[in-house]
Design a protein around this ligand. Sequence first.
Ligand SMILES: C[S@@+](CC[C@H](N)C(=O)[O-])C[C@H]1O[C@@H](n2cnc3c(N)ncnc32)[C@H](O)[C@@H]1O
Length: 310
Amino acid sequence: LSPTLLGDAIENPGNVLALRETAALFGWDCAFGSKEVPFDLGPFSPVVALENEDGAASIHGFRVPLERLVLVVGNERRGIGRDVLARADHVVKIPLASRRVNTLNVAAAAAAALASLVRGGGGKLHDRADPARNRPDLLLLGGDDPVELGSAIRSAAAFGWERLLVDDRHGIWFDPDRVTRSEGRGAARRGKNPIRVVRVPAGSRLPYDEACLVSALPGGEPLHRASLARGPRQLVVLADERASPFEAFEGSVAGRVRHVSLDLPGVPRFRLSATIALAEIARQVGQRLRPGGGRAKPAGYALELEELTP
Ligand SMILES: C[S@@+](CC[C@H](N)C(=O)[O-])C[C@H]1O[C@@H](n2cnc3c(N)ncnc32)[C@H](O)[C@@H]1O
């Protein structure tokens, strides 16, 4: 048996493809089941359900033997079916910071979970008095697929970013046709996703002390060893590298540039690489120590950025 990613009653063919791609990226098998045609969980142990539920364990620091593992992810609207959930030995969640956007795209969630499981669980979610002080600014270098960019924007909001910068060099977010627009906005869950998306023209000079370019490919500092929670003077750049490889990034920052790597065997669709990176950055940014607390401080540079010209 190989470790297996199991999609329970997945409806959207795009998510089926993205889940297959996620499993392949890590050398796992991928299978699908439904109420009508249940998947036989018998040979697998442990059965781990990935679901954002009260009482679920955090994926950060969650360690299990992988040899006969099955990781179950659920339907886009209903989540994992009760019968399958009842069979689970563990329920784990990817901790999210947003109250408004409280789930990730199913394949994006699977990618972040697999990346953590294959690393033996990684570090624990940090407890912080004021996580907003550690949260870096984010720049997405968009590609030509609105669903991928929209899903990455959904993930950023779910992990607690209140705004992000987008270099939309393929014109799929700010100047799209009607269909492209509705695909992107739908994937971003724009109806309930309040994140501010700030346009950054290609070639802008950005006022940050440091930029970390996070590539899917090997070659840079490994993601989990890179320090990515240095606050709003640090910029993390994530690119849809299939259509906008980092060589196409002509932007410049005031400070130094670091190369960080997810060390994947290829460049996956953007929602997967972006969510793997964002889950780790959000882990380092941490969660508020005391529940309640005040609102996050607005990040710096908002005005300067809005006035940028190419
Ligand atoms: C869009 S979610 C399902 C919606 C969910 N039942 C709801 O409305 O609250 C689809 C699947 O993605 C996975 N998922 C998404 N976000 C997750 C998170 N933060 N932690 C764990 N699993 C998550 C789960 O497997 C879930 O069943």
